[in-house]
Design a protein around this ligand. Structure first.
Ligand code: ADP
Length: 252
């Protein structure tokens, strides 16, 4: 479980995350949604310790995040952020095996067991055929799938993803989120697409100018009046085959 209590963060004087408390529970997918600039990426970075809150605290499985060593943090939290890897000369296989780093002793090499975990992860994201390719030469969508495989290879107890469906075509958007939703870990995912959020998230946090505008069961937060107010767009919610869908229309 990841718990954040009363987080505050500002770049300079402008508050970007303002008194936000959230809980990511084991076996559930928590989606972070909100308009551009509402603080989703900043909140995610506070949850994995790449930014420190000016007030409030994050705990991971009951331990304060700031007390974990880098290795312990990597054993608990796997992170997938936008990364183009343009500079790296690594192959896909080498990139994915990096995920085993937190489990290896000092100076020890990856074993057949580590490789099996890595190949299984590549297979799960539909990227095993890319194993010997250069990572830098992949398309955006292929890179994204490989980075998700690296995170799965890390076998952390929590998975945090920033816009994992960026660059993915519609089939992989669904396949990746379905895979993520099946994991036994807790998942925190920043998503732009509210229909994907409605379909794959158990819980949602809706941010508006750095503050919580809604939080709870996805079904409650995907409320047409609430979404309409926060995003400033006409919203109609319909149910089709047991799934909520939002239909948007610009306000005149
Ligand atoms: P979101 O992910 O919801 O689009 P972000 O967390 O990226 O929002 O950004 C929230 C606000 O913080 C935005 O106004 C953005 O311009 C600002 N911001 C983000 N990163 C920086 C930075 N490194 N320096 C200054 N301002 C930033």
């Amino acid at each position: 479980m990841i718990e954040a209590q009363g987080l505050h963060f500002a770049y300079g004087k402008t508050p970007v995350v303002d008194d936000v408390s959230i809980t990511a529970r084991t076996g559930r997918v928590l989606g972070l949604i909100g308009p551009n600039g509402s603080g989703k990426t900043t909140l995610l970075r506070l949850l994995y310790g790449s930014l420190r809150p000016s007030a409030g605290a994050v705990s991971v499985d009951g331990r304060p995040l700031e007390r974990l060593t880098a290795r312990e943090t990597a054993q608990h939290l796997a992170v997938v952020v936008q990364e183009n890897g343009g500079e790296t000369t690594m192959t896909v296989a080498e990139m994915v095996l990096l995920g085993r780093g937190p489990h290896l002793g000092n100076f020890s090499r990856t074993s057949t067991h580590d490789e099996e975990i890595a190949w299984t992860a590549l297979q799960r994201v539909g990227a095993l055929h890319l194993a010997s390719r250069s990572f830098a030469g992949l398309s955006g969508g292929e890179k994204q799938r490989v980075l998700i495989a690296r995170a799965l290879t890390q076998q952390a107890s929590h998975l945090l993803l920033d816009e994992p469906t960026n660059h993915l075509d519609i089939r992989y958007q669904h396949e990746i989120l379905a895979l993520v939703a099946e994991l036994e870990t807790s998942v925190v995912v920043v998503l732009h697409d509210l229909n994907l959020a409605a379909r794959y998230c158990d819980d949602l946090v809706l941010l508006e100018n750095g503050r919580l505008a809604g939080a709870g069961d996805a079904d409650e937060v995907i409320d047409s009046d609430l979404i309409e107010r926060v995003y400033g767009i006409g919203v109609e919610r319909i149910e089709h085959r047991g799934q909520n869908h939002l239909i948007f229309s610009p306000r005149r």
